[in-house]
Write a protein that binds this ligand. Structure first.
Ligand SMILES: Cc1cc2nc3c(=O)[nH]c(=O)nc-3n(C[C@H](O)[C@H](O)[C@H](O)COP(=O)(O)OP(=O)(O)OC[C@H]3O[C@@H](n4cnc5c(N)ncnc54)[C@H](O)[C@@H]3O)c2cc1C
Length: 434
């Protein structure tokens, strides 16, 4: 643990100039420092929880702060890939998460007439696990949270809102506020912002988050005792209202419907309107057990930088993407497995701090590729122009007769592989030849 003098602020700041350079030297010294740790993580979403498990396993002192009183329990991600399962395996939690997954989950795109024009069902297991798995995010997040009980060196503080920080050459001091409005200071050697798409850590650093917000929202409806019982996930390219129907573990059915111009969440959620929506996809929409419905906006955005000094961004704080390839959660898991071992070595003095630069080098381009792929899949499901849908249906029909094209989709060869062109282990070719 660093013994350098603590530099802090007593109120939150969003001005990056106040966070860096010489400005911090004029900050007042705090009267008390409530907590110290090696790594402070803001946000107990899956990414913060996974990093805490990795670091916990490595014996690093971690404090995880979450503004809510408990984990988020509403329906979100439903697709877990083979790389993420490997990450769960690496922290000893694969066996605990598997009961909440369905392996070999195919993804099928249907034309308005119900013809399957892209059947994505890879049968290979290059990373040791089924490449596509359905899962229930709140249950997997709970597995990660319970996994932390194994580590005395990991502390989770619920009901603590992160309000700002200041960093020096040797540490970062976070300003926290508890439920009663009482302020606390937490000193750490590194801070990881895992605080979601609206990340205050990222905004505090004035790091850009460029990209687009999709014009249409989607309403997600989860139903218990699946009234359909058909396996896999179907993306139905209905030009009137595109929708998704997915079979999930524990007999849950997920529907996602595009919200059309003029519709609101309040209107759509009224029982008579929900009934109308579901009548399109269910034989008896009156006899369902609704778990929850929620309207979401899809964004495709990437942080300009993933690191600034002792502060790193991971998960949705660094990149957000539409759900159509199920890669938001999985990209965050890749961040966790890339960053955590490096941070552990640096904290233990076994590697230089510059190792952390390879995190952005190795992760940012891949996250960008996943964003682009997710946007493209959204355009296939709901093309911006109607004629593009007609073109898609015709071309896809023809391409199905070209075996290499068919294999490209079925075997998911379009998915960017986790390969690095530069980073901790790859020396750019000119340097390698010197
Ligand atoms: C409808 C929907 C479907 C999805 N489907 C998929 C899918 O199939 N596959 C997939 O891979 N991904 C999917 N995703 C995306 C996935 O849910 C997210 O990518 C994932 O939850 C991001 O995890 P995270 O830990 O980065 O952030 P989050 O899960 O957003 O967690 C951030 C945490 O930080 C906390 N926090 C925020 N600000 C503060 C603060 N100031 N102080 C303290 N705590 C704070 C929040 O309360 C929250 O608990 C879907 C998302 C949605 C909405």
């Amino acid at each position: 643990m660093s013994t350098s003098p603590v530099i802090s602020i007593l109120r939150p700041t969003r001005n990056p100039k106040a966070l860096y350079g010489d400005t911090h030297e004029s900050c007042p010294t705090p009267s008390t420092l409530d907590l110290t740790t090696d790594v402070a993580i803001v946000g107990a979403g899956p990414v913060g929880l996974m990093i805490a498990n990795y670091l916990g396993q490595c014996g690093v002192a971690v404090t995880l702060v979450e503004k809510l009183d408990s984990l988020i329990d509403y329906p979100r991600a439903i697709g877990l890939d083979d790389e993420s399962l490997r990450t769960f395996q690496a922290v000893g939690l694969a066996d605990k998460v598997l009961p909440h997954t369905t392996p070999w989950h195919a993804m099928r795109f249907l034309t308005p007439k119900g013809r399957c024009f892209a059947d994505i069902q890879p049968k290979t297991d290059e990373f040791g696990w089924s490449r596509r798995n359905a899962f229930i995010q709140p249950l997997a997040d709970r597995v990660l949270f319970e996994g932390l009980q194994r580590f005395d060196n990991v502390k989770v503080l619920f009901g603590r809102e992160f309000e700002g920080f200041v960093q020096s050459d040797s540490d970062v001091v976070l300003n926290l506020k508890d439920k009663n409005g009482r302020g606390e200071l937490l000193r750490a050697r590194y801070l990881i912002g895992c605080d979601g798409g609206n990340s205050l850590v990222r905004r505090s650093l004035d790091i850009s988050f460029e990209g687009k917000t999709a014009p249409n929202q989607w309403i997600v409806v989860d139903i218990a005792n699946d009234p359909l019982s058909t396996p896999h996930v179907y993306l139905c390219c209905d030009p009137v209202r595109p929708y998704v129907s997915a079979a999930l573990p524990h007999a849950i059915r997920r529907f996602e419907f595009m919200v059309m111009p003029g519709e609101t969440e309040a209107e759509l959620s009224k029982p008579e309107n929900m009934r109308k929506l579901l009548a399109k996809v269910l034989p008896n929409p009156d006899r369902i057990e609704l778990i929850r419905s929620r309207v979401y906006t899809h964004n495709a955005r990437l942080a300009g930088r993933f690191r600034e000094g002792r502060v790193l961004l991971a998960g949705d704080a660094a990149h957000i993407m539409p759900v159509w390839q199920g890669q938001g959660y999985n990209s965050g898991m890749r961040d966790a497995s890339n960053l955590a071992w490096k941070l552990s070595l640096v904290i233990k003095g076994l590697a230089a701090d510059s190792l952390l630069d390879s995190y952005e080098q190795e992760r940012r381009d891949h996250a960008k590729a996943m964003i682009d792929l997710s946007v493209l899949a959204g355009h296939v499901l709901a093309p911006p122009k109607r004629w593009q849908g007609t073109l898609r249906d015709g071309v896809s029909w023809l391409l199905n007769y070209v075996p290499p094209v068919k294999r490209y989709f079925v075997e998911m060869r379009f998915k960017p592989m986790p390969q690095y062109t530069e980073g901790a282990l790859i020396v750019p070719s000119e340097k390698a030849h010197r």
